[in-house]
Structures are given as structure tokens and as C-alpha cells.
Design a protein around this ligand. Structure first.
Ligand code: TXA
Ligand code: MG
Length: 317
């Protein structure tokens, strides 16, 4: 039970993966790497197992979870693709793109996974450990980021333990994740129209223009409450955060980028992919530092920079 027993940590080798699969089959909780952030997985077909995710994270139960699948065939057990989904899947799966699509009425998923919605979020991760695990079990995995609800997402096993030690059964350690920020979430409507619910490593503007020769339809503005993980208070490091800071005050831990050095840097060379990979680790360092506030250098708002700025705005909210 969360809060009672110590959390086991294992290397994500063949033996670790077999142990993780056994714990998951028995309805337990396992944190493991994906190419974006570490996820906290439970079998998605068991109401009891899924309830443990909400309990361990302290997550509001209206916030639905992403269902992780092995491949496209597996995904189609839970949804019938609307028009326009095929293009995204062919181009980006396996990889950091989550599709929100109509849920099949006969989908074998615990109700809490979709929080009563008629849609389901499906993701086919490319990380070899997550892929190996999905091939070892015969059920899909519900997995949010492996952190207490509202806090910074984890990109290492140590980050996971810092907020969930004693609350989950096992952490599979495979070192730092490489994309560093959560998957792009794309809703595909019945009429085939695309809508970005969360920016992430996959640049949908580019993908959409490439296939449809049209700009992506933009949401009317403001919060897309449909994906509650998008609420402003998410990713909070527990200290005030100031953005676009070229210089920092004495009581600020400064996160740099490019020519702005800082106490630590997202990327000294100004590489946006490296910045995404380092973002949460920099925020974890800033949260643990002696300074009472955090300042972050400007990050260009292009490509994956849009997703970085999205997370930074939420950290500062
Ligand atoms: O990269 C990722 O996506 C990571 C790794 C572990 O796969 N997972 C992740 O999960 O970021 P989580 O739970 O932190 O974020 C899931 C987001 C939430 O904002 C949730 O509201 C949204 O997906 N979501 C899930 N199902 C949805 C649905 N049917 N309609 C709209 N939004 C949905
Ligand atoms: Mg999260």
C-alpha cells in the first residue's frame, strides 16, 4: 500500500522488466522511463490498480490518464480511428505523440482511466524499456507522469523517488529520459479536424502543414480545460518563478540558456532539444537550491521552444 512499504529500485534490464511485469499483473504500481518523462504505470483494465495511481499521486479524479499501447493494432482495441488519425500515427508512432480519439464502447478500460469522457488518450511510446514492458504484459498501461500531482515532472529515477518513495512498488531505472517534456497531445475530432491540447516534442504545426497544406486550427484562446493537466498550477517548483530574465537578483537561482549563463543552463549552445531534455532537471535543481526565488533566461518560442515556454509559464503561474 502506498505510504507503508519501501519502494524497490531496479535497473531496467531483462530481469527488472520481468519483475515490473509481475508487479503490474498483480495490480501494483511501477514507475518507468519513457522517451519523455518517467511514467507511473498500472494496468489500465483494472479499476483497483488505476485507483492506486490517483491515490499515490494525490491526483484529482476528474483528470483522465493516457493509455500506453504496444502498437497501432493494440490501439485499435480502444478506439476506431477517425479520418486524419492515420497520418499522425504513421508519421510519429512509436514516439511522443498522444492521440485523443473517440473511445470504443467495448474498450476494456477501467472507467477512471477516461474519467467518464467519451474519448480516450492513446500513446505508443518509443522508449525501449517501455516497449519491452508493453510486450511482456497482455494489458495496456495507464501512466501519468511519476510525480505528486501539481509538482515538477520526473526525468530521472531519483526525481521519482524524491516525490513518490514509499508510495509505489517499484522504480525501473534507465537513466535520464531524452525528450524531457511530456508528449504532444492531439485531439482528432469526428470530422477529422486536428486540435492541439498540449504542445510537446512533436511539432504539430509542421506536421499538419506538411499533410494538409493548411495552418493548424488554433483553439479560441485561454485554457483548454479539456486536458486538465494543462491547468496553470501544474509543474510548480514551490518558489516564485520569473521568466525572460537576462540577469538575476542575489536571491534568485538563475536558469540560463544560450549566451545567458545562469547558475545552471538549459543549453549553453542554445539548442532547444537539449533545453527540453534538461528543463525539469534544472527546475528540480532550482527547487532544491538555497535561493528563495527562480529566474529563467528567455527561450525562443519556436519548434519545441513553444512546449518549453508552455511549461515555464505554468511553473511561473
Ligand atoms: O509524455 C507523456 O505523455 C507522459 C508519459 C508518462 O507518457 N504522460 C503524461 O501523462 O504526461 P499526464 O497524466 O501527466 O498527462 C496526461 C494529459 C492530462 O493533461 C490529461 O488531462 C490529458 O492528458 N488527457 C487524458 N485523457 C484525455 C482525454 N480523453 N481528453 C482530453 N485530455 C485527456
Ligand atoms: Mg503530469
Amino acid at each position: 500500500m502506498p505510504g507503508k512499504n519501501a519502494t524497490e529500485t531496479l535497473l531496467a534490464d531483462a530481469e527488472g522488466i520481468r519483475r515490473a511485469a509481475a508487479i503490474l499483473a498483480a495490480g501494483g504500481l511501477v514507475a518507468m522511463p519513457t522517451e519523455t518523462v518517467y511514467g507511473l504505470a498500472a494496468r489500465a483494465d483494472s479499476a483497483e490498480a488505476v485507483a492506486k495511481i490517483y491515490e499515490a499521486k494525490g491526483r484529482p479524479s476528474f483528470n483522465p490518464l493516457i493509455v500506453h499501447v504496444r502498437d497501432e493494432t493494440h490501439a485499435q482495441e480502444f478506439s476506431t480511428w477517425p479520418n486524419g488519425a492515420q497520418v499522425a500515427v504513421m508519421t510519429e508512432w512509436p514516439g511522443p505523440l498522444t492521440l485523443v480519439v473517440p473511445k470504443r464502447p467495448d474498450a476494456k478500460l477501467a472507467g477512471a482511466v477516461t474519467a467518464g469522457l467519451e474519448t480516450v488518450a492513446l500513446r505508443c511510446p518509443s522508449h525501449p524499456v517501455m516497449q519491452a514492458l508493453l510486450h511482456e504484459v497482455d494489458f495496456p498501461l495507464a501512466a501519468p507522469s511519476a510525480n505528486r500531482s501539481g509538482f515538477i515532472s520526473p526525468t530521472t529515477a531519483q526525481h521519482v523517488l524524491a516525490s513518490l518513495d514509499g508510495r509505489i512498488d517499484l522504480v525501473l531505472d534507465a537513466g535520464p529520459t531524452n525528450a524531457g517534456i511530456e508528449s504532444t497531445i492531439l485531439a482528432i475530432r469526428d470530422d477529422g479536424k486536428w486540435q492541439e491540447l498540449r504542445p510537446g516534442p512533436v511539432d504539430l504545426d509542421r506536421l499538419h502543414e506538411h499533410y494538409f497544406d493548411l495552418p493548424m486550427p488554433q483553439p479560441p484562446g485561454g485554457e483548454v480545460i479539456e486536458a486538465p493537466g494543462q491547468l496553470a498550477s501544474h509543474y510548480a517548483p514551490g518558489k516564485p518563478v520569473r521568466l525572460n530574465a537576462i540577469l538575476a537578483d542575489a536571491d534568485e537561482f538563475h536558469i540560463g540558456f544560450g549566451v545567458v549563463d545562469g547558475d545552471t543552463t538549459l543549453s549553453a549552445t542554445g539548442d532547444l532539444f537539449q533545453a527540453a531534455a534538461n528543463l525539469y532537471d534544472c527546475l528540480h535543481q532550482a527547487a532544491a537550491s538555497a535561493e528563495s526565488r527562480i529566474a529563467v533566461a528567455p527561450v525562443p518560442n519556436q519548434g519545441v521552444g513553444k512546449a518549453i515556454n508552455d511549461r515555464l509559464r505554468r511553473a511561473a503561474a
